[in-house]
Design a protein around this ligand. Sequence first.
Ligand code: ADP
Ligand code: GLC
Length: 492
Amino acid sequence: MTIRVLHAASELYPLLKTGGLADVTAALPAALIEQGADARVLLPGFPGVAADLADLRPIARLARSFGAPEASLELGRLPGSDVPVYMIRADAFYARPGNPYLDAQHVPYGDNAERFALLGWAAAQLALHLDPAWTPHIVHAHDWHAGLAGAYLRAAARERGLAARPPARSVFTIHNLAYQGIFPAQQFGALGLPPDFFDMHGIEFYGQLSFLKAGLYYADKITTVSPSYAREIQTVAQGGGLEALLKGRAHDLVGILNGVDYAVWNPASDTVLAARYSATRMSGKLRCKSALQQRFGLASKHDAPVFGVVSRLTEQKGLDLLLAALPDIVSRGGQLVVLGTGDASLEQGFARAARQHPESVAVELGFDETLAHEIVAGADVMMVPSRFEPCGLTQLYALAYGALPLVHRVGGLADTVVDTSLENLADGLATGFVFERFEPDALSAAIRRAFALYARSRDWRETRARGMQQDFGWAASAQRYMALYRELVEAA
Ligand code: ADP
Ligand code: GLC
């Protein structure tokens, strides 16, 4: 039997991306199709999505619009791919330029509850034959934005009678527990859910609404994006107040590591680079490094290790620790290149460092996909010192591009990078630098290890080659999702 699965999410690379979620929602459905599934995606019609989907055609008017004057469903496909993409057209909600969640002042839009309730509701409607030509067996919702899908499926079952099963089975994936989609309780009425869903056993969270909690509570299965994060979120320290719920559902919770789309992230075929290279032909990487130094006006020294950062500048990413450790890089003759956007204090901190050390620190504030590739290709080390990290894709891209990842031992970072301890070097396992405690001196020690290894060029080259040979392709993870879907469909 072919499993039909609908992925409901708010981002999709290359149409709309603020972080790794977009990379996953683009690559995972394609990988599932390779495993024999019939996978489709559902997205709100944000400007980049509405403008760039190919072959868009109307499918249905939506019977509910949560206050938008009009809402309808269209079907198109991602250009250059066969993945069908449903789009909710509700211009009053989605046709706003800039960030999909925040206004120009970086404040969440006042109608976010309705904007994203519509996403979850439309996902459930697709399971109720909204498109007569295609109905999913599985509705797979990602992050709080699609968090209400499971609740609407359950409500639909309720309407059919108490014993009825929901029209589709549901999976909810946590990409980041720190974003919970919390709204005032007064907005519950606008969601059109049965009154008793506003409950501790339901969508209520300390007197408010939580779309994330609804996702966790109503889904048949919960996944998150690495095995370590699946364990961490069951603890008080990292559970964001949801640890008891997650612990209670531990037998329905599984960590499945994200993968790399090597069609997008491969230095041997990456057309934006100054030169292409591979593990057996590395000279192109040096050209990428020189091009990067030139692009940023850094001293053209090929023996200065270049440390790179490509990141959202938020508390999560631990870059305040890097600011504190910056002298360790500069005083040893290293260079730092930062591409990122986010918190004003971090933006200012890195901009100040660049003014103080123009030859060795450079910063670009903004979001730039091409530059992200150029930095990972030109860097010797990619820094990901996150406080917490559900999976992290940057360290995986770094491995593929021969930039040794330097990471905090947490979440998906712990699951994907092996430290260059003497024993790991001797056993041929090391792929990067891992520090244990989230403290400046632990990061400094890891930076010192990076310099020490850089000075031992044979060990460096070996470690780099090992990293480049790691296979983090999507096939293995897609197989695990398929097994999960099969289990759900067979139990139904
Ligand atoms: P997160 O999803 O928490 O931001 P990930 O490591 O999973 O972290 O994914 C981040 C993704 O966003 C990567 O594809 C990375 O290259 C990209 N990215 C982050 N910041 C920027 C930026 N300023 N410009 C371009 N790409 C960025
Ligand atoms: C989130 C997480 C990141 C993960 C990404 C994709 O944004 O912060 O760790 O890689 O989602 O799953």
